[in-house]
Design a protein around this ligand. Sequence first.
Ligand code: HEC
Ligand code: HEC
Ligand code: HEC
Ligand code: HEC
Length: 194
Amino acid sequence: MAGRSVALNSRALAPAALLLCSALSLPAADSVIVKPPEGAWLPGAEVQIIARGEAAKLLLDGKPLEVEEPFPGVYSVTAELLPGAHRLRLESPEGVSEISFHSGAVPPDTASEKYADHPPSRIACTHCHSVSRRGRFRFSGGCQSCHPKEPFIRTHSHEPHELASCGMCHDAHGSATAQLLLLPKEQACRQCHN
Ligand code: HEC
Ligand code: HEC
Ligand code: HEC
Ligand code: HEC
């Protein structure tokens, strides 16, 4: 959770930029490392990296990564890792962001849970994403091909289409928390219910 809050803090400046950009009809000018989260402990020997930003470059432990760009300004790559501490850096004209994470069977000193990929994280990004007619990268659904509606209604008290922004509460790329939750269960529903 600590990692996620760092990511959210770094986006705290975004609203002003977003307002400005929507007024000018430009894409939101910010860049961010989406996966893995800051401080993650990855027990395996590789990491799937996802980031976004215009004209961005990614460096793992100081070395430039050869990334794929499945959508304009959206990057992904799977990199091999030696056990130990790693730093991932995203450089773009909009700024620089950096995270650290840890790999290998031995957990880092900082108490943390194992980060695990959400099983579909290796299927095509286009299963869940598309680009809108205006050229905006977006989440377009696709969860129900694996998660049926009936259990969903029982756990969420809503139809899936009523909570279509799954990313309000879940990290659909992977997580170190139960149920891929981004925030504690007690707070998740309170985003709308007081
Ligand atoms: C199982 C569905 C799923 C798959 C597969 C998936 N994503 Fe996502 N992704 C999501 C969801 C859900 C969100 C959150 C959307 C939101 O909150 O608006 C998201 C968000 C994102 C974001 C924006 C994050 C941010 O903070 O701005 C990026 C970039 C992204 N995904 C890239 C990718 C890439 C690249 C791939 C393929 C390697 C991929 N995704 C595969 C579901 C998926
Ligand atoms: C290609 C199939 C597939 C797709 C598409 C998919 N999932 Fe999953 N999901 C899985 C599998 C497999 C698991 C692991 C289930 C388990 O461990 O019992 C899982 C686990 C989860 C869990 C944790 C449940 C638990 O019991 O721990 C959540 C939450 C979740 N998915 C949300 C989503 C969301 C949100 C989307 C769309 C953005 C999505 N899934 C799309 C296959 C998928
Ligand atoms: C408002 C927050 C919120 C949103 C939005 C949300 N979820 Fe959840 N989800 C939760 C919480 C909280 C749990 C844990 C429920 C529990 O432990 O009882 C959960 C559990 C799950 C689980 C595991 C339990 C089950 O029902 O099988 C899956 C799968 C899941 N969510 C998928 C999704 C998908 C797919 C979406 C988008 C269509 C979504 N969620 C949107 C809060 C949310
Ligand atoms: C995007 C906003 C939103 C989120 C997130 C959300 N709800 Fe709701 N919920 C609503 C709305 C709107 C209603 C309809 C209220 C009404 O009809 O009076 C509602 C109604 C309900 C009801 C019917 C009883 C009532 O209070 O009217 C329950 C139960 C409920 N939600 C549970 C949940 C649970 C559990 C979660 C978390 C998994 C959740 N909601 C997340 C918006 C939301």
